[in-house]
Ligand binder design. Structure first.
Ligand SMILES: [Zn+2]
Length: 402
């Protein structure tokens, strides 16, 4: 792939300022887009305006009422190949607001960091994408292919924004999702399968119970205890399946509800289970494993009655090590950071799964901010990382489309 001259590069990089980076993140953090329910319209509008100002071809389209995706295209001479830079507009809820020491939607800048919900995940990434396109546009470099910016709704819940983008016919030859990875390329991530398991029993007044169940009582909570035990053993099994990029699959019980009164034997108990999948593992296979466990337990105890429901599933994703986007992102990151960079995997799911599995677009994750600084109180992103992400994106565009 052609390497842009040092001069071109310097010229483009000089257009990316930390002052503007900080202001962009700050502005976007101040437009809360907490999902659920979403409320992405205001930040979407802001980004669309910004992209129009610099002369991109902008389109906005609603995925749900008042929840629009935004795209901006910097057209190349031939229109291909297409490099897509993608980010999501929504942010996760605040959690316990009392634990925040900064105003969650204030965008306060301290020690070179912009604080606030969504700063790392991933309004910093959105800012970097925009800055890269702006620098390229202002430098008047001629690109052969298109640089496509896409900002989507609803990543944190279902991925319907990214799905809507693909359904509308958007495509690319390669993509970067600007999730917080501390500027390191990530080419695989886990999937997830959320299940609800219930046990059913028979209620009687709790003053009438006996160890033999003489009153016909079946305690659904006690029945669930067997399943809880089995799931802990299942985790030990899963830990043996190590994947070099993302580690091992996991299973974890997140919630439990059962019974309605202290003096009644509960006739129902439910748990929700979070099973994380390896990049290649299908959710159907993982579900079948849990069904097997339940079947075995029912065989051991004929009075055990279970129900199993899928609450949510998102497949994992993996991009081949030989894909151009993997080489390009590694190369660009190394040049900007001045150090060797490793390509790795991530335990967290993202819209990458939709681009890879639904649209066959080779995709990596790469963006400013630490994953550990996302989804927590006092979330922040370093302004310097936003600037460097923008440089990496610009350099990737030059190499891929120049
Ligand atoms: Zn994210």
């Amino acid at each position: 792939m052609p390497s842009p001259s040092l001069q071109t590069r310097k010229h483009i990089f000089s257009k990316i300022s930390s002052k503007e980076a900080a202001k962009l993140v700050q502005d976007m953090v101040r437009k809360p887009s907490v999902n659920p329910p979403g409320n992405e319209a205001e930040v979407a509008q802001y980004l669309a305006e910004k992209m129009r100002e610099i002369g991109l071809d902008v389109e906005t389209f609603e995925i749900m009422p008042h929840r629009p995706n935004v795209t901006g295209r910097l057209k190349g001479e031939k229109g291909h190949p297409i490099l897509m830079l993608n980010g999501h507009l929504d942010v996760v809820p605040l959690g316990n607001t009392e634990l925040w020491t900064v105003e969650p939607f204030g965008g306060e800048i301290r020690d070179g960091r912009v604080h606030g919900r969504g700063s790392a995940d991933m309004k910093g990434g959105l800012a970097a994408m925009f800055l890269a396109a702006k620098a390229l546009k202002e430098s008047n470099v001629s690109l052969k292919g298109d640089l496509l910016l896409t900002a989507v709704v609803d990543e944190e819940v279902t991925g319907s924004g990214a799905q809507g983008l693909i359904d509308r016919g958007y495509t690319a030859d390669m993509a970067v999702v600007a999730e917080p990875t501390e500027l390191r390329p990530v080419r695989a991530h886990k999937g997830l399968l959320w299940l609800e398991i219930s046990t059913t029993g028979k209620a009687v007044h709790s003053s009438r119970v006996s160890s033999r169940g003489a009153s016909g009582e079946v305690n659904a909570v006690y029945k669930m205890a067997k399943i809880l035990d089995a799931l802990q053993t299942y985790l030990i099994e899963l830990e043996k399946r190590d994947d070099p990029l993302v580690g091992n699959p996991t299973v974890s019980v997140g919630t439990i509800t059962g019974g309605s009164k202290t003096n009644m034997v509960p006739d129902r108990c439910s748990i929700t289970v979070d099973r994380r999948l390896l990049p290649h593992e299908s959710s159907d296979d993982a579900k079948a494993e849990v069904e097997d466990i339940l079947r075995r337990l029912r065989k051991e105890d004929p009075s055990l009655k279970t129900e199993l429901k899928v609450v949510l599933s998102r497949e994992g994703a993996v991009t081949g090590i030989d894909e151009q986007v993997v080489h390009l992102s590694k190369e660009a990151a190394e040049e900007v950071l001045g150090t060797e960079v490793e390509v790795s995997g991530s335990p967290a799911t993202s819209d990458m799964t939709i681009f890879v599995n639904q649209a066959s677009i080779p995709t990596v994750l790469l963006g400013p901010g630490r994953l550990g600084a996302a989804h927590i109180t006092d979330e922040y992103v370093e302004v310097d990382q936003v600037v460097r992400a923008a440089k990496i994106f610009a350099l990737m565009a030059l190499k891929a489309l120049g």
